[in-house]
Ligand binder design. Sequence first.
Ligand code: GTB
Length: 208
Amino acid sequence: MITISAFERSPDGGKGLARDTRVRWALEEVGQPYQVRGLSFNALKEPAHLARNPFGAIPAFEDGELVLFESGGIVHHLAQTYPGLFPTDPNARARAITWMYAAVNTVEPPILELQTAKFSEGDKPWTAERMPLIRERIDVRLVQLATRLGDAEWIDGAFSAGDLMLISVILRLRPSGILAAHPTLAAYVARGEARPAYQRAYESQVQR
Ligand code: GTB
């Protein structure tokens, strides 16, 4: 049985914003059952978890002897192991992988800057001055992504791990109000969230 590590209680109260949600979503898309190891913040830094994830973070993934960390790496592994998240055409598959990298390496960095500015540096004197710059960097990326997406349902043909990662990254902007200012992408996120697999993944991490 696959085991994933996730927050015992996510700081978002179960809104699906932590990075285990994308792994749960991928597992649901490919129809693999899994169990969850819920960890406290202290447990993340203990040797048992550092052996799973050297950075002391969630998510981690275990399947028999295979232990993985990094949400993108885990989703990639699932997509190449089970049908459902990668196209069979080699070129289309290469493009889906490229979109996965674009999600974590081009779209997500300015979004992470926003999270850092808000939650880790909110009390610093430079934050108020920095915030408009960060927002502008996010807007540039979102406009570029929306331009490429256009009227298409998904980023490159059928739904793929590329969409799963892009949507997972940009939905983190919802609490800031920034996503609502980009209706093409808000609708793209809504299409992702409407997928039954996403809904099962979301339900699995809701805190009641
Ligand atoms: N690049 C890694 C990946 O993609 O797997 C990043 C992993 C990571 O940063 N994990 C975070 C973590 O474990 C959780 S997702 N942090 C604890 C630590 O490092 O000690 C980031 C996150 C946390 C909480 C919310 N939230 O509450 O809204 C959203 C996102």
